[in-house]
Ligand binder design. Structure first.
Ligand code: S3P
Length: 442
């Protein structure tokens, strides 16, 4: 087990920061590049373990993928929608829910069976939400507890399009159904209670599929081949969020954020920060759109003293679902009572993030509690260094490191290996910013 000791930061953060490619986009680049006809080339791909799992799964199904040494550039020789081959053994997907759920959708339309496995966290995450509608489309899906938990075996079939109302907004479930829809007879339509990230819709359009977005519904029809594409993956706003919070909270900071994904289904944190009173300097001139998704540059300076408490409604959650842990840290420093309503989906992420953030920030002296699935945080409260655990969850880990930077005294965070699932150069970036920390092997 690796542990990090964080020494409270004395200097503010300053510099221009670029971030690894967005995790959601990197998974989809591998999936769409593999299923397209022709050669795709992607740069700024996230080399995190989650995306490497997706890549290895497609390689195991016969797709040729070559990469630069640092794995941020991928060249994929797509095999077309019907070109995948049965893997020789089970596909191991590590910690990655996105890999497992999206692959279930792809596999539903193949003429072979494949088994998907993962680590202990992934093996405890619910898969029935995908298995059930895919079953209605005609796929045969088996797994522990009636197809709910990995190992999951998907036996593809000739699929029939369905019209499905998602009980919970989930981009992973929506994406699995849309991918299966590429193989189904008729139209596959998915309607969500709230809009979750729409990257799959954008990729479908960009790669040439027949797709139609209409408010909370999206439909896809089979029949068109996907065509190979080449582009740079936008920087991950969910990774940038930790440094945005650190820049806001550490006195004397001024940080430029470059080429960050700018998609309203993902930038909910920007709206919440504005509500907290944060002033952004946006560099509108250099807003870019090279691939299916636009990017933006902006600058943040330290603004800790003026942060106001916020409330997040259930309908706003999907656009910032991965940012709740770091928003909890920000709320400890904001004036007033912050409330995150009805965040039950956090209980089925890589760990139960309501439990991980409430228990660990309490150890650091925060005034934070849960009521049912809501989180209530009173601020501002000075944080104190403590021994805390990541619960093997990357976003809990990075949020607690930011808390450690503004705490009084040293913070020791256990189980930091998980950070490499989504942000392998996180500690390198801290070093560039002259933040002191020490990594210990136990
Ligand atoms: C993701 C969707 C989200 C998010 C996850 C990545 C995706 O999960 O939490 O990190 O790439 O589709 P939901 O399925 O809850 O939307």
């Amino acid at each position: 087990m690796k542990t990090v000791k964080i020494v409270p930061a004395r200097l503010g953060l300053s510099g221009k920061l670029s971030f690894p490619g967005d995790k959601s986009l990197s998974h989809r680049a591998v999936i769409f590049g593999s299923l397209a006809e022709g050669r795709s080339h992607f740069t700024n791909v996230l080399p995190g373990e989650d995306c490497v799992c997706t890549r290895k799964a497609f390689e195991a199904m016969g797709v040729r993928i070559s990469s630069s040494k640092d794995q941020t550039e991928l060249t994929i020789d797509g095999v077309g929608l019907k070109g995948l081959k049965a893997p020789k053994s089970a596909l191991y997907l590590g910690n990655s829910g996105t890999s497992m759920r999206l692959l279930m959708g792809v596999l539903a339309g193949q003429d072979f069976s494949a088994t998907l496995t993962g680590d202990s966290s992934l093996s405890g995450r619910p898969m029935r939400r995908v298995a059930e509608p895919l079953g209605r489309m005609g796929a045969k899906i088996t797994g522990k507890d009636n197809g709910n938990f990995a190992p999951i075996t998907v036996t593809g079939a000739s699929l029939q399009g369905i019209s499905y109302h998602l009980p919970v907004a989930s981009a992973q479930v929506k994406s699995a159904l849309l991918l299966a829809g590429l193989y189904a007879k008729g139209t596959t339509r998915v309607t969500e209670p709230e809009k979750s990230r729409n990257h799959t819709e954008k990729f479908l359009k960009f790669f040439g599929a027949s797709v139609n977005e209409d408010g909370l519904s999206v439909s896809v029809q089979a029949g068109k081949e996907l065509k190979a594409k080449s582009f740079a993956i936008a920087g991950d706003i969910s990774s940038a969020a930790f440094f945005m919070a650190a820049a806001l909270l550490m006195p004397g900071s001024a940080v430029e954020f470059r080429s960050i994904l700018n998609n309203p289904t993902r930038t909910g944190i920007v709206e919440i920060l504005k509500r907290m009173g944060v002033k952004f300097v946006f560099d509108l001139d250099t807003k870019g759109e090279e691939g299916p998704e636009p990017t933006i540059n902006f600058m943040l300076t330290s603004q800790a003293l003026k942060l106001q408490a916020f409330e997040i409604k259930k309908s706003e959650l999907p656009s910032l679902i991965d940012e709740i842990p770091i928003l909890c840290v920000l709320a400890t420093q904001a004036k007033g009572t912050s409330i995150i309503h009805d965040a039950g989906e956090l209980r089925v992420k890589e760990t139960d993030r309501i439990n991980s953030m409430v228990s660990q920030l309490t150890r650091m002296g925060a005034d934070i509690k849960s009521e049912g699935n809501s989180i209530i945080i009173q601020g501002p409260t000075p944080l104190k260094g403590a021994v805390v655990s990541s619960f093997k969850d990357h976003r809990t880990a990075m949020s607690l490191i930011v808390a450690g930077l503004i705490a009084d005294g040293e913070t020791t965070l256990e189980d930091i290996e998980c950070i490499s699932t989504s942000f392998p150069n996180f500690f390198d970036l801290l070093t560039t910013l002259k933040v002191s920390f020490e990594i210990l092997n136990k």
